[in-house]
Design a protein around this ligand. Structure first.
Ligand SMILES: *Cc1c(COP(=O)(O)O)cnc(C)c1O
Length: 421
């Protein structure tokens, strides 16, 4: 038995009215909640200044980017395409840093415009040096340890291909000398949902990289701050983890006479809890007295693939279409609509079905999946089974529900196909 989850920011009546107006499934984001998270992130303890970058891969809808921008938040882009999207939203090139696994093909034009480059490998560093001898840049290190809420979200340590391995510092220095580069920032990001203790240890290593380059003025400690999606999961307290790191920056300044600016790059923290997915119960079946009762929703891994990918848990809340709940509590296995056995919203890492305790639901009732603001709309197995991209709604500051992304037309799914038969 798990405890029954509650709605996060939508009142029941609004769940019904949004489902009525826009149909299901539909993502709903709250501007007020996003702004509150921005304000919290901007309060991150720091000794000599702070820059907050939004890891836009978490959710790149232009409206969300503009809310962040109005709050003075900058951009962490993971590809050249994300840079293009951020520029299209009015972010200045200088407010964007690109940290890309793949060397960006049009880096030259971006860097000339002022986008900051974060070199993630020796090859990237050399390529940048060749194009921009004498240029300034940031360098991403793999500090030798990582931490994520699952192995799949751990991006530090020997089993991770992110950043330059920390023992290769002398090779980094050689390339920096060869191309007369100015390393103005050092960067680490060790995983999503990381252990605060590991994160703090990594902060110390990152300061050592700053020590190795006298030109460094900024230290970026990446993102990965945990949020509790379920009632039994804890969120990282930014004030608590930030305070000892602030002390490390002060000690660094006393020792080396350099006042380093801090940068953080939250994705999850800024948006995860600010989104809900409203779905309908499409069918209800059971597999007999030794089996399970299944709720089949009209959404699936094409809207949220995190349960399939990580065994991630999201709150699932029944909202009776017609009003009052019956008070009956049931155990359900909740599945998505894709013809894929892995499209299971209640599963353990590895794929085993587990039940979820929920208020009784019938076909036609609504189910709200909570904490879907980050890595859901942006990371889903979109268009699998030719299900169209799910629409998105924003609750604006005034409380109005406005469509910010239409549900895709089916013709848009195949419009790039070229018929040769
Ligand atoms: C994904 C990513 C982040 C954000 O991670 P969260 O877990 O969403 O906070 C920050 N920095 C880099 C380089 C990333 O790739």
């Amino acid at each position: 038995m798990t405890s029954i989850e509650k709605l996060k920011f939508l009142p029941e009546a609004q769940v019904r009215s949004i489902a009525e107006t826009f149909g299901t499934p539909v993502f709903v984001y709250s501007q007020t909640e996003i702004e509150k998270k921005c304000e919290e992130a901007l309060q991150f303890p720091n000794a000599f200044g702070l820059e907050v970058r939004y890891a836009m891969k978490a959710n790149p809808n232009a409206n969300i980017l503009k809310i962040m921008k109005a709050k003075g938040i900058c951009i962490d882009a993971s590809s050249e395409y994300e840079v293009t999207r951020a520029l299209a939203c009015g972010f200045s090139p200088a407010s964007i840093m690109i940290t890309s696994q793949q060397f960006p093909k049009d880096l030259e034009s971006f860097v000339k415009a002022g986008v900051i480059f974060n070199a993630c490998s020796l090859k990237q560093l050399e390529a940048y040096g060749k194009s921009f001898p004498g240029g300034s840049l940031s360098i991403r290190f793999n500090p030798g340890l990582g931490s994520g809420h699952t192995k799949k979200t751990d991006v530090g340590g020997v089993a991770s291909a992110f950043g330059i391995w920390h023992e290769k510092l002398s090779e980094v220095k050689e390339l920096v000398r060869k191309y007369n580069l100015r390393v103005t920032k050092v960067h680490t990001h060790i995983g999503s949902g990381s252990d605060p203790e590991v994160w703090k240890a990594v902060a110390k290593y990152t300061l050592e990289y700053a020590e190795a380059f006298e030109t460094v003025t900024t230290v970026s400690l990446g993102g990965g701050y945990k949020v509790g999606r379920m009632e039994d999961e804890k969120s990282t307290d930014l004030q608590k983890i930030g305070e000892p790191v602030k002390q490390q920056f002060i000690e660094f300044a006393e020792k080396h006479g350099r006042k380093l600016k801090l940068e953080i790059e939250p994705g999850t923290f800024l948006i995860a809890l600010c989104g809900s997915l409203i779905a309908s119960v499409d069918d209800k079946i059971d597999t007999g007295s030794k089996g399970y009762t299944f709720l089949k929703l009209d959404t699936g891994m094409d809207a949220n693939t995190r349960p399939s990918l990580y065994g991630a848990r999201h709150p699932l809340i029944t909202v009776k279409r017609g009003g009052e709940a019956t008070g009956k509590i049931e155990e359900y296995v909740v599945v998505g609509h894709c013809c894929e056995s892995g499209d299971l919203f209640t599963q353990k890492e590895g794929g085993e079905a587990v039940t979820r305790t929920m208020a009784e639901a019938e076909v036609g009732d609504l189910v709200v999946m909570e904490a879907v603001g980050a890595y859901c709309s942006s990371m889903s197995t979109k268009n699998y089974n030719s299900f169209p991209e799910t629409g998105e709604v924003l609750l604006t500051q005034s409380g109005e529900a406005k469509l910010i992304r239409k549900k895709q037309e089916v013709s848009e799914i195949y419009k790039n196909e070229i018929l040769v038969i």
